[in-house]
Design a protein around this ligand. Structure first.
Ligand code: FAD
Length: 431
């Protein structure tokens, strides 16, 4: 079937298994095989081939996504950007990277000349520049630096008609967060920022009310990171069974990070802080928090809901009253709360019910069911509850222009009209 194509294609059983799911490990669909193109022309060749043969396509970077966005379409192929990993720096602080460049590699090379990637997911070391843009990833410093979309200058991509296209300036942002449904990103030009001196401190409070009011006070001083951890998360990460806030500042032209940490300590004392910890190891402990949850229960559903800041205390009370074991932490400066429903074997049904209740609460509070992981396959059926019919119609128009035959990741969009969507029975991995 793939005869005559010059692009590398692998359809061995082990490759099909590895590329059947992403890091969520929630859904699993084996592809027909995986293409490994080396450049944009080869990506276009793959798309042309799939169009001729009526085969659906799922683009894939590092496969670190947490919403099943890179899970193959049933009967489809994966186009992996793994072999497209070169990048170079340009004057005035820009990086031009092939989509498959590992973001951590870009970051380390940028650091050598005093620059840094502004929007960094914690998965930096195993996710790609193309994947970060396609998922519009944010991360620990989103309160100051936003998400990938905010730093994209130019995007080259192959659309669903197999045409190589380029968008620049604000138009390039259209591809950010499109989760492989509008085009296969082949190259990205991104703005970097100067790396600054940083300082970080942890503030432990008697309860969530004090922790949240501290966070609301501190946000106005523009920290580079402000992270909330509920009492369970604080216990796991730092050994304090109390709600806590981790704050990081950077040196700015008119103030130093030491001055800002000093000011934060004063504000925290007025609010009734119990402990203040200053140590550069705080970030390591925070970054290990997600994986450490497996020590409590073996399985988890990690959601990335967003709430208006005024609704966060109500949300924390709501989840603590749910039957399921839920651990909440996240980028409180932008309202993103990683809501981790952790469960044991045989408890999957209860966990899924708890997840729906969480989504109901979030949507009825004016929040969003996804702040940074994207909707992928795991949340596509909830999108219609959050977005207006007008918005979904608008998404349809854009999809029709970029991918009129709907070959690109169609089950990841709430488009009832497209082939294989909504009613597709994606098999769910057994726990
Ligand atoms: C431990 C851990 C920590 C994480 N921390 C964060 C975090 O702090 N912030 C955050 O936002 N996310 C985080 N994530 C989620 C994930 O790492 C990000 O979504 C990341 O940007 C995905 O990049 P990837 O290269 O692995 O993409 P993949 O998982 O391969 O794909 C993600 C989506 O993008 C599409 N895609 C990938 N490459 C392309 C391309 N070239 N063209 C078009 N579409 C493409 C895929 O089809 C899929 O829909 C974390 C994940 C893990 C496992």
């Amino acid at each position: 079937m793939f005869g005559g194509l010059k692009v590398e294609f692998v359809d061995s059983d082990d490759i099909k298994e590895v590329y059947s799911c992403d890091a969520s490990r929630w859904y699993s669909v084996k592809p027909l095989g995986v293409f490994f193109p080396k450049d944009s022309d080869e990506v276009a060749e793959c798309v042309r081939f799939c169009l001729r043969n009526g085969i659906l396509i799922t683009p894939r970077g590092g496969g670190s996504g947490l919403s099943g966005g890179a899970v193959p379409e049933p009967g489809g192929v994966v186009i992996s950007t793994e072999k497209m990993n070169k990048f170079h720096f340009e004057e005035d602080g820009f990086v031009v990277a092939y989509a498959g460049a590992i973001s951590g590699h870009v970051e380390r090379m940028a650091n050598k000349s005093g620059y840094t990637l502004p929007a960094q997911p914690s998965s930096l070391d195993f996710s790609t520049i193309g994947g970060n843009v396609a998922a519009d990833s944010a991360g620990l410093r989103s309160v100051k630096y936003g998400s990938a979309r905010d730093w994209v200058e130019e995007i080259e991509f192959v659309d669903g008609k197999a045409e190589i296209r380029k968008l620049s300036g604000r138009d390039a942002r259209l591809l950010a967060g499109s989760e492989g449904t509008l085009g296969i990103i082949t190259q990205v030009k991104m703005k970097l920022v100067r790396k600054k001196r940083r300082d970080v401190a942890l503030f432990v409070f008697p309860g969530e009310k004090e922790a949240i009011s501290f966070a609301l006070e501190i946000i106005r001083f523009l920290p580079s990171a402000i992270e909330f951890m509920d009492r369970r998360a604080s216990q796991i990460a730092f050994g304090y069974e109390k709600d806590s806030i981790l704050v990081e500042f950077e040196d700015e032209y008119d103030r130093t990070c030491d001055e800002m940490i000093f000011l934060s300590k004063k504000i925290a004392s007025d609010i009734g802080v119990m402990h203040i910890v200053s140590s550069q190891n705080l970030w390591d402990s925070r970054k290990k928090l997600g994986p450490s949850l497996a020590k409590i229960r073996p399985f988890k559903i990690n959601e990335d809901v967003v709430l208006p800041l005024s609704k966060i205390v109500g949300f924390l009370n709501f989840v603590s009253e749910l039957d399921s074991m839920i651990v909440v932490f996240g980028h409180i400066g932008v309202g993103i709360l990683h809501t981790n429903i952790i469960f044991g074997g045989g408890e999957e049904r209860e966990a899924r019910i708890a997840r729906e209740k969480v989504f109901d609460f979030v949507i009825s509070s004016g929040g969003s069911i996804t702040g940074e992981h994207g909707t992928g396959i795991s949340k596509v059926n909830f999108v219609e509850r959050e977005l207006t019919p007008e918005t979904i119609r608008f998404m349809n128009y854009i999809k029709a222009d970029f991918d009129p035959n709907s070959v690109l990741n169609p089950t990841k969009l709430p488009l009832r009209s497209v082939r294989g969507c909504m009613d597709t029975n994606i098999p769910i991995r057994n726990f």
